[in-house]
Design a protein around this ligand. Structure first.
Ligand code: MG
Length: 243
C-alpha cells in the first residue's frame, strides 16, 4: 500500500511542478492593449519628492558619482553616458514615472529599447520595447528582471509614452540574521502586471549594489539605447515592521 501511495504523490508533484513551469516560464504573457493614457502627466501629490519635472537633473548624479551626463530634450531626460542615480536614498516607496523607447526600432530582444528602474540600486523592474518584440518572459517590459514575468504584456508602441506606477517594499534584515522579503506591485499603462510579487533579497543581475540595506538610491540603467524618461516622482512609505 505504501509504494502506490508514494508513486501517486510523486506523480501529483510532477504534474503540479510542470503546470507551474508552464505558467511561469513557457507561456507568453497575453497582450492587453492599454488605453491611450492612464497616469500620463500625473501631478505629484503634496507629500511627493519630485525627481524630474522636465527642467533639471539636480536630484541626480552619475552612476559613478559626479555630474550626470543625460540630456534634457523637450522636457524629457534621455539616457546618455552611463546610468543615472538619485542623490537621496530611499526605503519603501510609491513611484510614478513615464518612459519611451526610441521610435526608431533598432535591434531585437534585449537590445531594443533596454533600460531599467533599479530600486535601491538593486532590484530591477525592466524597461524594454516589448511591443511585438519577443524575449524571455521574465526579462520583458515590466518584469521583475530574472524573477517574475508580467501577468500581461501592456506595452505601447515604440516612441509612445508609457507609465509605471509602482509600490516597492524593500527586503529587510531581521534580528535573527535572515531577510524579510520585500514586494513589488506594478501597474504598466494602468494595467496590473506585478501583483504583490515577493523580492527575496538578492540583487538583480547588473545591479549597482548588492546586499540588503534599509535605503538605497533609485537608479535608471543605461543599456545602450536612448530611452527617455519624464515626470518622475515618488512618495516615501512607512516601512512594514519586521516579523
Ligand atoms: Mg534593463
Amino acid at each position: 500500500m505504501h509504494l502506490p501511495r508514494l508513486l501517486s504523490t510523486a506523480v501529483v508533484v510532477a504534474l503540479a511542478t510542470s503546470a507551474f513551469a508552464a505558467e511561469t516560464k513557457e507561456t507568453a504573457p497575453p497582450v492587453v492593449t492599454p488605453a491611450p493614457t492612464f497616469s500620463h502627466a500625473a501631478g505629484a501629490p503634496a507629500d511627493a519628492i519630485v525627481l524630474f519635472d522636465g527642467k533639471d537633473l539636480s536630484a541626480w548624479k552619475a552612476e559613478n558619482g559626479g555630474e550626470p551626463k543625460w540630456k534634457i530634450v523637450d522636457g524629457t531626460m534621455q539616457m546618455s553616458g552611463g546610468g543615472l542615480m538619485t542623490k537621496e536614498e530611499f526605503g519603501d516607496i510609491q513611484l510614478h514615472l513615464e518612459w519611451a523607447a526610441p521610435a526608431e526600432v533598432k535591434g531585437d530582444g534585449q537590445s531594443r529599447g533596454n533600460s531599467g528602474v533599479y530600486f535601491q540600486g538593486r532590484y530591477e523592474i525592466q524597461v524594454l520595447d516589448s511591443y511585438q518584440n519577443p524575449t524571455y518572459f521574465n526579462g520583458q517590459a515590466s518584469a521583475f528582471y530574472g524573477h517574475s514575468a508580467p501577468l500581461v504584456n501592456a506595452s505601447r508602441k515604440p516612441g509612445e509614452w508609457q507609465t509605471y506606477d509602482i509600490v516597492f517594499h524593500a527586503p529587510k534584515p531581521t534580528p535573527d540574521g535572515k531577510v524579510q522579503p520585500g514586494s513589488f506591485t506594478v501597474l504598466h499603462n494602468g494595467v496590473l502586471v506585478q501583483d504583490h510579487i515577493p523580492i527575496p533579497g538578492a540583487a538583480t543581475t547588473s545591479a549597482v549594489f548588492t546586499g540588503v540595506a534599509p535605503r538605497g538610491p533609485l537608479f535608471l540603467q543605461d543599456h545602450g539605447s536612448p530611452v527617455r524618461y519624464r515626470n518622475v516622482w515618488l512618495r516615501k512609505l512607512e516601512p512594514k515592521p519586521t516579523k
